[in-house]
Every structure is written in structure tokens, then in C-alpha cells.
Write a protein that binds this ligand. Structure first.
Ligand SMILES: Nc1nc2c(ncn2[C@@H]2O[C@H](COP(=O)(O)OP(=O)(O)O)[C@@H](O)[C@H]2O)c(=O)[nH]1
Ligand SMILES: [Mg+2]
Ligand SMILES: [Zn+2]
Length: 370
């Protein structure tokens, strides 16, 4: 079945398409479409329950007994597509992409890196890194978010909000531009309603944009302003009305009047990496490029003679803080990749142990039959 060609299907699935449904999900649903299973998107994750919507109806769904014990590694996250009957989720469809980080809960004192993946959101078109132009503004944090987003293979944009707090907001935009090559940067103010129109393309029909950034950056205020009314609790509202009242009604994925969706994530206090990919190269392209001219092919740009990168820092072309941030993240990612390697070996070992036990059990069973 090809969505978009068959007009009947197009009409039938218009509400799904609006929620971001693509042929990638359609192909996974087809084998089950006669079993009474319907597709829906996860719009909010609560304790043991999930808000889901197909664009027409909304449910508070639970996991089927089987899924509860074996999710096949796919525990539903906000933005996931699932198959369900009677508000019971029996399948999580393979994702197009995920924004993941290391879960801080898994940290122990000895280990510098977390061990569990936390999917912040799934099936995204855009990740907006939101940063307020207040005392919290921090270039190094923006670099870290960029590395995180690139490591997940996703497309970042940067939203600099609270532009009203500064007489010369363009100055900040310039600073960010110098550390985020080629990334769209949007200067906005939610309180003065400026710059918001430039965000409309990210909210076009069927598109999903996730917002990440520190707590207090101004994400929820921005969502409300883009929506045209208060749909998300913000720092200023929740102190008046009380948090509890809002958290029960708010969703993480919000259908916007512009036609697309926004995922408003709670502030990430600590940006731990999970995915290890080309994020560093993408976030620090000028360092990677200059590095090709270093005297040693395996130059770490820390102390080697003939290092072009250190030369550029001395010459004032690259801020020292930026190089130090690069070192720090490079170390973290190398450590993570090393550990990942080790634990992959361990997983394999455990799998073989399981297989051996199964074979033994089967042999025993056979003996009995014979
Ligand atoms: N001056 C100014 N303050 C803002 C703006 N956007 C948000 N704020 C304030 O920043 C605080 C945190 O906003 P909130 O949306 O709750 O941040 P979130 O944690 O990222 O969702 C609130 O007190 C907002 O009123 C803005 O554009 N200008
Ligand atoms: Mg918020
Ligand atoms: Zn070097």
C-alpha cells in the first residue's frame, strides 16, 4: 500500500498523517491491520500508563501483559507509534529515529558514565535546542546539546529566546553562530511576540519538533505562545495554580494549530551521552578539519608539537573554552564506546549461556519423551 497514491487510503489516514504517520509505519502495521489493532502515537508517558492519540481519539493506554515483561527493548516513549486494541498496547513500531541520552539514575559513584538508555523522544523531524538569553546562557552547553543531537543522527536548530531581556540580542546570535556552523538560529521573545513566525516551517503538517534545554529556558512559555493559549504549565503559572493540577492534564506531545507537533520535554539537568556516533565531528567541524594538518595523524590536540588546532587556539581563531569542551566530550564518548564494546561482549556471553541452558532443557525433555 502506498500512502499518497491511493486517495481512499489518504482520506482514511489523514488524521494519522497529521500525527506524523509515514510509509515506514504503514508497512509495519499492514500484517496486523486485520487483527483489530489500531495505530496511535504516544503523546505522554506516565507511571505505567501512556496517553495515545490517532488524531481523532485519545486514550490512556496500558501495556499488554506480554509487553510488560518483554518489550523487545522498545519501551514506549513520547513520539512512539504503537498498535493497540481497547487501550491496550501490544506492539511498539520500529522507530525512524530517537533522541536518547544516558539515564542518570543508573550512575554509581565508581562509574563516570551512566549505563542505561533513556529515550527522550522518538520519531522526530527537528530538535530545537532552546536557550534563554539570561544568566543561564552558556555556549559550552549549546555545544554539548549539539553533540548529543548529532550523535543521534538528528537535525538541530537553535532557538534563543527571551530576546527582550537584552538590548543587543544579535550579539548572542553571533556568538552562537560561531560555535554552531550552519545550524539555523532563531532569535525570539515569547513575551514580546517577536521572531515566532520563523518557527512555523518546523510545525508544518505532520512534522514533529522536540524542544530540549535547561529548566527555565522558556520552552513551555514558547509552546503556549505558538499555540495561542496556555496548554503547558510554565514556571510562572505553576507557582500560582499548583503543579499537581497541571501535570495530570498536560501532554508531552502537543498537536499545534500550525498543523504539526511539539514535544515539550522537562529540563534535562544533566546531558549524558548515550549514542556514540559522529556527533563530535559534526559539532566541531573546524577542529576536525584543522586536525588533518597536525603533524601527527593521531594528534589529540592537547600537547603535541606541530598541532594546528593548538596553533589556532594560540592565534585566537578558536576559543580555548571550546577546545577544552571538545576534549571533555571526546573523553566521555571514548569511554562510553569502550564500555559499550565490553558490555556487548558480556551480552553475547549471556546469550550463549541461555542457549546452552535451553539446549540442555530440550535434551532433558527429549530424554523423557523417548
Ligand atoms: N522576559 C522573558 N521571560 C520569559 C520568556 N519566555 C519565558 N520566560 C520566563 O522564563 C521562565 C521559565 O519559563 P518556562 O517556559 O517555564 O521554562 P521551561 O522550563 O523551559 O519550560 C518563566 O518565568 C517565564 O515567564 C521571554 O521570552 N521573555
Ligand atoms: Mg517547561
Ligand atoms: Zn592537533
Amino acid at each position: 500500500m502506498n500512502i499518497g497514491q491511493d486517495t481512499n487510503i489518504n482520506n482514511d489516514t489523514h488524521h494519522l498523517l497529521q500525527m506524523g504517520w509515514t510509509s515506514h509505519f504503514q508497512a509495519q502495521w499492514e500484517p496486523f491491520s486485520n487483527n483489530g489493532l489500531i495505530p496511535a502515537r504516544v503523546t505522554g508517558v506516565r507511571k505505567n500508563s501512556f496517553y495515545t492519540s490517532n488524531g481523532k481519539s485519545e486514550w490512556l493506554a496500558t501495556l499488554s501483559g506480554r509487553l510488560k515483561y518483554d518489550t523487545g527493548g522498545l519501551y514506549p516513549a513520547t513520539g512512539d507509534w504503537v498498535l493497540m486494541t481497547d487501550a491496550v498496547i501490544s506492539r511498539v513500531l520500529a522507530r525512524e529515529n530517537t533522541l536518547s541520552r544516558g539515564a542518570s539514575g543508573a550512575r554509581s559513584k565508581q562509574e563516570a558514565q551512566p549505563q542505561k538508555e533513556q529515550v527522550i523522544a522518538a520519531n522526530l523531524n527537528t530538535v530545537a535546542i532552546v536557550s534563554g538569553l539570561d544568566q543561564d546562557f552558556n555556549l559550552r552547553r549549546i555545544e554539548r546539546y549539539l553533540t548529543l543531537v548529532y550523535n543521534c543522527g538528528l537535525d538541530p536548530v537553535i532557538i534563543l529566546t527571551k530576546a527582550d531581556l537584552h538590548p543587543d540580542p544579535d550579539h548572542f546570535a553571533g556568538e552562537v553562530e560561531a560555535v554552531a556552523f550552519g545550524v539555523p538560529i532563531h532569535l525570539v521573545s515569547a513575551s514580546e511576540d517577536t521572531g515566532l513566525a520563523a518557527l512555523t516551517p518546523y510545525l508544518a503538517f505532520g512534522r514533529t519538533m522536540a524542544m530540549v534545554g535547561s529548566s527555565g529556558a522558556g520552552k513551555s512559555t514558547l509552546v503556549n505562545r505558538l499555540y495561542g493559549k496556555a496548554v503547558q504549565p510554565t514556571a510562572s503559572i505553576s507557582t500560582h495554580v499548583g503543579k499537581g493540577k497541571h501535570t495530570t492534564t498536560s501532554r508531552d506531545l502537543i498537536m499545534m494549530p500550525q498543523g504539526g507537533m511539539v514535544i515539550d520535554n522537562p529540563g534535562i539537568r544533566e546531558i549524558s551521552f548515550w549514542e556514540v556516533d559522529q556527533g563530535i565531528d559534526a559539532a566541531f567541524p573546524e577542529i576536525e578539519k584543522l586536525g588533518l594538518e597536525c603533524r601527527f595523524a593521531d594528534c589529540t590536540h592537547t600537547r603535541e608539537p606541530g598541532c594546528r588546532v593548538l596553533g589556532a587556539v594560540d592565534g585566537g581563531e578558536i576559543p580555548r573554552g571550546r577546545l577544552e569542551n571538545y576534549w571533555k566530550m571526546k573523553r566521555e564518548l571514548e569511554y562510553l564506546s569502550h564500555r559499550r564494546h565490553k558490555s556487548a561482549g558480556r551480552v553475547e556471553k549471556e546469550r550463549w549461556k541461555e542457549v546452552t541452558l535451553k539446549i540442555k532443557a530440550m535434551k532433558k525433555g527429549n530424554d523423557r519423551i523417548i
